[in-house]
Design a protein. Structure first.
Length: 345
């Protein structure tokens, strides 16, 4: 199986979240056509490929969906780079899993899941992970998200909350009859600005806790003083914090500005740098180690008691952009490093 051509073929298939059936069938067909020996199970949430006689100790995991294609998406490629939606996030990583299933199948299971780019509750791993946990005794998992061929450990938690600032509506010609909640934003913005970035060191790795205002909604008409202003507070928090601790931090710091409602919380994942399997991957590949400054599904596997890392080809800064791209050299390099680990294991 040619990694570059497989990546290109995967990119050609539109698999925006909710429309992944064609790419799932392509993966299944390509594995079978290239001599895959084992079971391929289609489940709600995606596809699981189990090589014949595999010990099933390592899960190689990749999502097959993408965000929507931009109107000005670049889809060409040149000698060094492949362009196109999903090139870096993460169809090149999916191609690596497919090739590994054919060439280094002894200890692995391939997991291709849907819905990662959509709502948390619609992620395919919600259905697949309980099945995998029941049928396999995984010791380790690799999430093939783009990491620039670095090993990125752990991940931040993610929280969204609604801050509702109340006022009193009035005609805009007589604003003294009302109370404009928009004018109360200065205090909130000042607090967020002063607390936007907070470095935290976990297992010797420096994560950054991030506090952001990502949406503001207010007003019903141009000539009406609004009654309510609503903000979305986004909090990317240290993997050391629980969901409850992260939620309490937001409640404690924003309740003075208005009514605060926690909308959703996703726990983070500790780096587990000293875990034997994580240490083995680091020593085998000799790749550089950094913290994951985002949330990924590594958190789900860690929560299930399976040590996990983020590792894959491509610069994550190109993800979701109109010029999304992946280096052909990095695709080959990341496969060689992964292959080396699997052989050493």
């Amino acid at each position: 199986m040619n990694l570059i051509e497989t990546t290109k073929n995967l990119i050609k298939i539109n698999s925006v979240t909710g429309s992944e059936e064609d790419v799932i069938q392509f993966i299944k067909s390509e594995l079978n056509n290239n001599g895959f020996k084992g079971k391929i199970l289609e489940e709600k949430g995606g596809l699981v490929a189990i090589p014949e006689n595999s010990s099933s100790r390592i899960a190689l995991v990749g999502h097959v969906d993408t965000v929507p294609i931009s109107e000005n998406q670049i889809t060409s490629d040149d000698e060094d780079v492949i362009f196109g939606r999903g090139s870096v996030d993460m169809k090149s990583g999916v191609a690596l899993i497919m090739k590994s299933l054919l060439e280094s199948p002894e200890n692995i299971v391939g997991v291709f899941y849907t819905g990662e780019e959509g709502p948390y509750d619609e992620n395919g791993l919600n259905s697949l992970l309980p099945i995998l946990m029941k049928e396999h005794d995984f010791e380790f998992s690799v999430i093939l998200e783009p990491t620039d061929c670095e090993i990125q450990l752990g991940c931040l938690g993610a929280l969204n909350a609604s801050l509702i600032i109340r006022g009193k509506s009035a005609h805009s010609a007589r604003p003294w009859m009302g109370e404009n909640p928009i004018y109360k934003l200065n205090e909130v913005i000042d607090f967020v600005t002063k607390n936007e970035i907070k470095p935290v060191v976990v297992d010797g790795l420096e994560f950054k806790e991030i506090l952001s205002i990502t949406q503001i909604h207010s007003g019903v008409a141009n000539n009406v003083i609004p009654e309510v202003t609503k903000l979305n507070i986004n909090f990317r928090f240290s993997p050391e914090l629980s969901k409850e601790e992260a939620s309490q931090y937001i409640v404690d710091n924003f309740s003075r500005f208005g009514d605060i409602e926690i909308d959703n919380v996703s726990f983070g994942a500790m780096p587990n740098r000293d875990n034997p399997m994580v240490s083995k991957f680091i020593s085998s590949t000799e790749a550089e180690v950094f913290p994951k400054q985002a949330w990924t599904d590594v958190a789900r596997f860690n929560d299930a008691g399976i040590p996990s890392i983020n590792f894959g080809p491509g610069d994550p800064l190109f993800a979701h952009t109109s010029n999304e791209q992946v280096s052909k050299k990095q695709i080959l390099e990341s496969y060689e490093l992964l292959h080396k680990f699997l052989k050493d294991f």
